[in-house]
Design a protein around this ligand. Structure first.
Ligand code: GTP
Length: 598
């Protein structure tokens, strides 16, 4: 393809402002089948099932418009995947900024726009949903200028639903977004934008070619991992898969190269010609490292092998989570897993439970601590270790210093919610770095310990701001802190899945909160159950679950026989989801619920 005829762009939008509807329209108008039409076809034609795996993940679509090739690149929308987003944006020269004509600019949009501006994108504002009676396009146009600072005088007024303004959007992409630049004669340099596992094609790799070209039969070298692979397919999604002889500079498309695992195809890696390699790799490669760890254990010990198989399968498609076997006194055999963030953890956990039908116990998420131990006999310096699991915490007397990871967070929030957000950050040991106003919104920068963020910070932020606050963060290294391991004892037995590392200053309130929540989460038994939080041997909080009187059960389960049977069945079902500690049954939900801070 002639490089001057290529346009690469992404779509920025707040949830519900119409991104998917607009993408479908653009595909339809330029002659391709939309995702919905394709899945309808899939139902008619079982044979196309193999394409389904691709279309689910292939969010990059090649469109043709008036002699130009337009590549629409989709981007994931969550902070956990910030690095993937940054690579997708780096593969584009422009973006459509879709704003709902009735809702106006929302906080989340801001964070995304700024990222796009950082990548020097040409941004085309699209004011969508102008068909709504409540649409106020002129007000929204002014808002885009005041709040974001973009010239919106030539914003396109559109309705993705009614099909208004679609041609103008396509024309604007051709006219305003610059074509990519690249040298067709230089050695191949292509950025690996995304990769995923397809059961029929193996690992599929999405690339953006910078210089040179990539073709079938070529030996390509991955400059970061150092491996070499033979390219066996080159193509693009329209959105149906279409094989092409090659991809030249500026083009976006996919290749397959008989790669077995996505772990070998890292986002941000540079592909080059194995025989005529480029001198240096593209800038910006980052090895993504899991930052949040937790244990996953089967509720039923007999499911351990099934869990191992399921985790291995998921890992085929997601190189960013890690796992290794773990044993726990109370929970038996399971896995210690690492994730990019809490949402990532929840996605994996959810998939294991839903797709693989596993009942799981998730232990308290933990960040990675670094610690230096005191010198042992014969050692010149104290040993340095990394701690992923509170259960492995060494004897406090042997610890010289503990460091915890910190992040720098940028929060965008409408003025009226600022007060409670500042309080939240302050309560989480945050250090305020900056506070500025753009339009009616505040932009606050805080340094925060990651350990205060992983549990429920994002949920709290959203609920305090009714969904309007957005949050973006980056890691800024480890810092020393006064950290201690807090154990939870139920009926005088430590429950290792609930032990956590906390800052000494917040230990007592955390401990009290945990005990209070556990008191509500654990059902009453026939005996009294003490619940305690302790640091070392010292109890810092305590609650007691009162005993259930025997005759109460008898009364409530008495009477109608079928009702009684149903209750018993339900109980049996419930039992499967309980875990016994000493003689206390703890429901599965209690493990995660207890960690949510009030
Ligand atoms: P997520 O997929 O949740 O991120 O949302 P999205 O931004 O992709 O929005 P989506 O395209 O799913 O549209 C959200 C809702 O707005 C849907 O109910 C659409 O039918 C509706 N919608 C999209 N565009 C228009 C429009 O131009 N006019 C009207 N009236 N409704 C629209």
């Amino acid at each position: 393809t002639d490089i001057t005829k290529i346009r690469n762009f992404s779509i920025i939008a707040h949830i519900d402002h119409g991104k998917s509807t607009l993408a479908d329209r653009l595909i339809q108008r330029t002659g391709g089948l939309t995702a919905r039409e394709m899945s309808e076809q899939v139902l008619d034609n079982m044979d196309i099932e193999k394409e389904r795996g691709i279309t689910i993940k292939a969010q990059t679509v090649r469109l043709e418009w008036k002699g130009h090739v337009l590549n629409l690149m989709d981007t994931p929308g969550h902070v956990d995947f910030a690095y993937e987003v940054s690579r997708s944006l780096a593969a584009c020269e422009g973006a459509l900024l879709v704003v709902d004509a009735a809702q106006g600019v929302e906080a989340q949009t801001l964070a995304n726009v700024y990222q796009s501006i950082e990548h020097d994108h040409e941004i085309i504002p699209v004011i969508n949903k102008i068909d709504l009676p409540s649409a106020e396009p002129e007000k929204v146009r002014a808002e885009i200028e005041d709040v974001i600072g973009l010239d919106a005088s030539n914003a396109v007024l559109a309705s993705a639903k009614a099909g208004i303004g679609i041609d103008e959007i396509l024309d604007a992409i051709v006219e305003r977004i610059p074509s990519p630049k690249g040298d067709p004669d230089a050695p191949l340099k292509a950025m690996l934008v995304d990769s995923w596992y397809d059961p029929y094609l193996g690992v599929v790799i999405l690339v953006r070619v910078i210089d040179g070209s990539i073709r079938k039969g070529q030996q390509v070298k991955f400059m970061q991992t150092g491996t070499t692979h033979l390219v066996d397919r080159v193509g693009a999604f329209r959105p149906k898969i279409e094989q092409l002889p090659d991809l030249g500079p500026g083009e976006i498309g996919f290749i397959t190269a008989q790669i077995k695992e996505v772990a070998q195809a890292r986002v941000g890696d540079t592909l080059t010609d194995a025989k005529k390699p480029a001198a240096e790799a593209l800038p910006g490669f980052k090895e993504v490292q899991p930052v949040v760890f937790c244990g996953l254990f089967p509720v039923d010990a007999a499911d351990f092998e099934k869990l191992r198989e399921s985790i291995s399968k998921l890992r085929l498609n997601d190189a960013s989570f890690s796992f290794e076997m773990e044993t726990s006194a109370a929970l038996g055999f399971g896995f210690r897993c690492g994730f990019l963030g809490l949402l990532h953890l929840e996605i994996i956990q959810e998939r294991l439970m839903r797709e693989y039908d596993l009942d799981l116990i998730t232990t308290a998420p933990s960040v990675v601590y670094k610690m230096r131990l005191t010198k042992a006999a014969g050692e010149a310096v104290g040993q340095e270790i990394e701690l992923h699991n509170p259960a492995d915490m060494p004897d406090p007397n042997r610890i010289e210093e503990i460091e915890e990871p910190w992040i720098q967070a940028v929060i965008y929030v409408p003025d009226e919610y600022l007060g409670p957000i500042l309080k939240l950050c302050q309560d989480r040991r945050g250090i305020q770095k900056n506070l500025t106003y753009v339009g009616g919104r505040a932009q606050v920068t805080y340094e925060l310990p990651l350990n205060e963020v992983v549990f429920d910070f994002y949920d709290r932020l959203k609920s305090i701001s009714r969904g309007y606050a957005s949050f973006d963060y980056e890691q800024i290294g480890h810092r020393a802190g006064d950290l201690v391991k807090m154990s939870i004892l139920v009926n005088n037995e430590p429950v290792d899945a609930l032990s956590m590392i906390v800052h000494r200053s917040t230990a007592e309130s955390r401990g009290r909160g945990m005990c209070e929540r556990l008191k509500d989460l654990i059902p009453r038994h026939l005996f009294k159950i003490p619940i305690q939080a302790a640091i070392g041997g010292k109890v810092i909080a305590r609650e007691t679950i009162a005993a259930l009187r025997k005759d109460v059960t008898a009364k409530c389960y008495g009477g109608d026989a079928s009702r009684k049977r149903k209750l018993l069945e339900k109980q049996k079902e419930g039992k499967k989801r309980m875990r016994e500690y000493g003689s206390v049954q703890i429901p599965q939900e209690a493990f995660i619920a207890a960690l949510r801070m009030g």
